[in-house]
Write a protein of this length. Structure first.
Length: 319
């Protein structure tokens, strides 16, 4: 692993028309939620289908418009069986109400906090609107990939560096921070090129490959883009870029998928597997170091999945 060169893929692909999505009924590692829909209900894209039972009342959203088929059990990216809402996609992408888009994202802080609270943005166990309701000396943004196979953050920066930098500049102002540092490995050439194309106009945003600063607000690059989308387009986080890669994948690539899409559908869509002896391969949800080894590819992609890897064990692939 340590000698593996960083992977490079072509343009971002899209798989945004699954016949069904399977929305996990858990949030912040908890399944203690109140279900707000039942079998036969019509839901809109962005509809709240469940809400966490605590003082924060974080919401779970539908990533498509369509009809609730059932509440069933499915495997998640941790190989655990969980309750999901199975929704049949009507492919209309309909929202219940018109979006209140903001062409200028520099909205008052109280409006920002309300938007982030409404759309329940979180990272790991951190609730974003609570984090931003205070001041920091600096902001640290993690744009590093977890291993050489994964390049989803590089893909995100290549496509949306301008919007991400604009959002960081805004967050510096509303948190009264002095400086923002984006952590990018020197080997992430495309990320560095994308950032350097725009960063000249943002004198308080720096790029580095390491940061030891303490007492800072630390977030990952995906969260920053989710904040941008929430402000600009008035939408929750409904889809994400993931990397599907490894020696066992025919066409490794970065692809945008809706939350609740089945992994096996996406793998089939991009060309499926190379021929190999399954006993000699590992299918991993996440990265090679911290991801979860899966029994098969029949699991639901949720907001925690950054990549899906099919990598060899000790022996070569059977060509």
């Amino acid at each position: 692993m340590k000698n593996l060169k960083k992977m490079s893929y072509g343009p971002i692909n899209f798989y945004l028309k699954p016949e069904y999505v399977y929305i996990p009924l858990y949030i912040l590692e908890s399944s203690d939620v109140t279900l707000l829909v039942k079998k036969g209900d019509y839901v809109y894209k962005g509809s709240i289908i469940a809400r966490k039972r605590d003082e924060n009342k974080l919401s779970i959203f539908s990533s498509v418009s369509g009809t609730v088929e059932d509440i069933i059990k499915e495997k998640n990216s941790q190989n655990k069986e969980i309750n999901v809402v199975k929704i049949k996609n009507d492919f209309k992408e309909s929202y219940e109400t018109k979006r209140n888009e903001n062409k200028n994202i520099n909205i008052p802080k109280n409006e920002l906090l309300e938007i982030l609270k409404k759309y329940s943005l979180y990272e790991n166990n951190k609730i974003i609107y609570k984090l931003l309701n205070t001041s920091y000396r600096n902001i640290i943004i993690d744009a590093n990939e977890p291993d050489p196979y994964i390049t989803s953050r590089e893909a995100l920066l290549s496509k949306h560096a301008d919007e991400i930098l604009e959002t960081l500049d805004y967050l510096l102002k509303i948190t009264s921070s002095e400086e923002c540092t984006i952590i990018v490995d020197n080997k992430s050439i495309k990320s560095l090129e994308a950032l350097n194309n725009y960063i000249g106009t943002y004198d308080r945003i720096k790029i580095n490959n390491i940061c030891k600063e303490s007492k800072s607000l630390t977030l990952n690059i995906e969260t920053i883009y989710s904040i941008y989308e929430a402000i600009r387009y008035d939408i929750p986080n409904l889809q994400r870029i993931i990397t599907i890669s490894g020696e066992g994948i025919k066409n490794p690539q970065n692809i945008v998928v809706k939350n609740g899409t089945k992994a096996n559908e996406v793998i089939d869509f991009i060309g499926s597997y190379k021929r190999f002896n399954t006993k000699k391969m590992f299918l991993i949800a996440g990265d090679a170091l911290k991801g979860k080894a899966m029994k098969n590819d029949d699991f639901v992609i949720d907001t925690s999945v950054q990549g899906i890897l099919v990598i060899k064990a000790e022996e070569d692939l059977n060509e």
